[in-house]
Design a binder for this molecule. Structure first.
Ligand SMILES: O=C(O)CCC(=O)C(=O)O
Ligand SMILES: [Fe+2]
Length: 202
């Protein structure tokens, strides 16, 4: 990670067994509003089914996958074929790569239409992400709470607010030991778009 770009030292949100760094003002609020609009209109959003315990259910949010190559990527029993990177996604990727000091091949996008949309507990630990993946997560629009909990002692919890324009970097052994989720929130009506940049090994 590129510490010198930031004046304040960056604190690890996790107490042990992983690293999660939050950059709340990664993208200015003016640019974040523009990105939200563009992504809302120009991304090929779809509601896709996933398999949970052998049963097919629709995901409670819209998703899309973009990538450099046609290497497919998927989770929970679905394989997605990426669309080629758009100019907005390339711009954001460049900025993220500067801080993360890694290259990303794919970006998985999630559109939470309101507080009823969510993502359940999981780890980003698909084998094609490698041993200790760096995941760079950029958020636009409505803030949502991002919760993490220790996989083998689920009482150990950490959470933070992912505000518009923020970047969350998860790296090191995080995906082995910590799960994460975006819980439903009844009283939230605004939409949120999240981008998670990943390096997918063929
Ligand atoms: O929406 C978020 O902040 C989390 C997204 C996420 O965990 C994922 O795409 O794997
Ligand atoms: Fe995730």
């Amino acid at each position: 990670m590129q510490q010198s770009l930031f004046s304040k030292p960056i604190q690890n949100l996790l107490p042990f067994d992983g690293e999660a760094f939050l950059f709340p003002e990664f993208i200015s609020s003016k640019d974040s509003d523009l990105f939200f609009e563009k992504l809302q209109n120009n991304i090929q959003w779809k509601q896709e089914p996933i398999k949970i315990f052998g049963k097919e259910i629709m995901q409670p949010r819209l998703t899309a996958l973009y990538g450099d190559s046609s290497i497919p990527y998927g989770y929970s029993g679905i394989k997605m074929i990426p669309f080629p990177f758009t100019s907005e996604l390339m711009y954001i990727r460049e900025r993220v790569q500067d801080i993360a000091q890694t290259d990303f091949t794919h970006v998985l996008l999630n559109y939470y239409r309101d507080g009823q949309d969510s993502m359940g507990w999981h780890r980003d630990n698909e084998p094609e992400l490698g041993q200790n993946p760096t995941i760079a997560s950029v958020s636009f629009g409505q803030s949502r709470e991002f919760q993490m909990r220790y996989y083998s002692d689920k009482k150990q919890k950490v959470s933070c607010e992912l505000t518009s324009g923020s970047l969350l970097l998860m790296q090191g052994s995080t995906q082995h030991f910590w799960e994460h989720q975006i819980p439903k929130r009844k009283r939230i009506h605004g939409g949120r778009i999240n981008l998670t940049f990943r390096k997918v090994f063929a």
